[in-house]
Design a protein around this ligand. Sequence first.
Ligand code: NAD
Length: 355
Amino acid sequence: MKLVVLPGDGIGPETMAVTVEVLKAVSEKFSLGLSLDHDVAGHESLKKYGATVTPELLAKVQAADGMMLGPMSTYEFKDESRGEINPSKFFRKSLDLFANIRPARTYTGLPVRLGEFDLVVVRENTEGFYADRNMESGGSEMLVTPDVVVSLRRITRLCCERIARSAFELAMTRKKHVTIVHKANVLRIADGMFIDICHQVGREFPEVTIDDFIVDAMMAHVVRAPARFDVIVTTNMFGDILSDLTAELSGSLGLGGSINAGAQHAMGQAAHGSAPDIAGQNIANPFSLILSAGMLMSWFGQRKALPAFVRAHAVMEQVLADCIAAHECTRDVGGKLGTRETGVAFLKRLDQYPA
Ligand code: NAD
């Protein structure tokens, strides 16, 4: 498996350094034959090549089997004409990574504030309220007069169908329940279509039960009783917001692992941002990126029918849970270790597992 590794901004380099060590150890233990191709994106690429991402990097990623993208300081990239391109958008759009899969669960050893839960947010990734990926060319936010702005939200049948199918397929491997999250009381046409299509796709999966919630009420329901949810399918921005909430409910945003998957490509990426408030202090939690790397292993293993990759993911998740239970982790999840020391503890425990 050829992986392109891009450390990113802020806490990206320190958390990716730990993740790379984990990937190397996992590759050796499970004989995965991983080859890692290190490159840059974000601020480092802007300095070096005059753009946060380049066509050469895209070509390299297209030829690889997957990529790991560190968190990016997206908010600082304001002007595409000066090379300040949002790398997340760039890869999601260029590689058509339409499904952002963001699991969240509770762990033994962490205070359980709202009862145990284990759910996955399946977020559409290529349209919706995201002005930077809705149009063939240009953005979908317009300054009509100096005091009037129009931001457009795009919802298409194709994107609804494929994200719904991803959610139902995932539900078949879990508790067979899908919750549709929408705002069809206001966005009647767009979210009305989203709900209808989810139900249409759902008819292909008669074993899966379905319910739906309006997004604002959903925030209350997920805080009140997260255990009632299994797979949650929703449009882009609702999924972005909801999945930060579910990651934090699980203990910390630093546990928010995710992959962005399309028909041909996938990208492991933590759900959180570059966390400038804690960057460079060796206190960031590397588990979100390690979880993302594990999910990428599983994605590849399932695609290529290579069970060793799927097993590697399962062991990575177990080792991570063991670390948390033993408080061998960063302070956001109740430990006292630094980022690097958490990586060392993880590798020690990994060593004890049979391949
Ligand atoms: P953030 O997600 O970076 O941080 C929010 C809070 O969570 C902060 O208190 C931070 O310290 C904490 N946190 C995040 N990751 C953590 C980790 N691994 N361990 C411990 N604590 C962690 O959100 P923000 O501060 O609003 O955004 C910072 C930058 O990141 C902005 O430029 C934003 O645009 C960008 N961003 C990028 C992505 C991405 O690359 N996918 C996602 C969200 C935000």
